[in-house]
Design a protein around this ligand. Structure first.
Ligand SMILES: Cc1cc2nc3c(=O)[nH]c(=O)nc-3n(C[C@H](O)[C@H](O)[C@H](O)COP(=O)(O)O)c2cc1C
Length: 195
């Protein structure tokens, strides 16, 4: 069980009916089952303004309330899960903009799980691969495993998608175990900052 652990999930799709959101919601249920406290930041419901360069050094001075809340949630979290659809061969612009609103070392000592979705299996992991570089730049530890899904892994309901592929569900369980284990290890050691 993972008491005293807070994990922030960030949904980089602003589609009203989103596969990425469904995947993140599946992961959130697994985290809650392990007694992890979760925060789900849905950029559809809580949009962030275009990141202004003048607040790059101190994002908490940004006038927008959502930016302050998002920055504080990232700071409070022990780990993150970032999810994105495949947009033009990479992760979504709204997710990049969300990350641009953060401190340069916002993910210091934080493991980060990466998941993505595309309409087809081709290139569905590209958002994860590209996010990996950004996570490293923000001083985070991207997990070794990642999950790239395609639309056929979901069942379509009236108002939402639901993850239905059993193999992906198993991968999700393994990823959550890896995330909790790495977060526990980092919490119990004082890892100093490096560039
Ligand atoms: C702006 C935009 C760009 C996209 N670019 C690609 C792409 O390069 N390759 C691809 O296969 N699908 C592309 N798609 C399709 C999305 O990857 C696909 O609809 C995905 O399932 C969306 O995930 P979501 O339901 O979580 O929003 C694009 C969609 C949008 C809106």
């Amino acid at each position: 069980m993972a008491n005293n652990m807070k994990i922030l999930l960030v949904c980089g799709s602003i589609a009203k009916k989103s596969h990425t959101r469904a995947l993140l919601m599946y992961l959130e249920v697994l985290l809650k089952a392990k007694r992890v406290e979760t925060i789900f930041w849905d950029l559809l419901k809580k949009p962030l303004p275009i990141a202004l360069p003048e607040y790059h050094k101190n994002p908490l001075d940004a006038p927008d309330f959502n930016v302050k809340e998002f920055v504080n949630y990232v700071t409070e979290s022990n780990a993150l899960v970032l999810g994105s659809p495949l947009y033009h061969g990479s992760f979504s612009g709204v997710l990049k903009n969300a990350l641009d609103n953060l401190y340069y070392d916002a993910f210091c000592n934080k493991p980060v799980a990466l998941v993505s979705n595309s309409s087809s299996i081709r290139n569905c992991a590209h958002p994860c691969e590209h996010l990996r570089l950004v996570v490293r730049t923000l001083y985070g530890y991207a997990l070794q495993s990642q999950i790239g899904t395609s639309s056929e892994d979901y069942e379509e309901k009236e108002t939402e998608f639901v993850l239905s592929n059993k193999d992906i569900q198993e991968r999700c369980k393994r990823m959550i175990d890896e995330l909790i284990e790495l977060t526990t290890a980092i919490q119990s050691h004082d890892i100093s900052k490096e560039d």
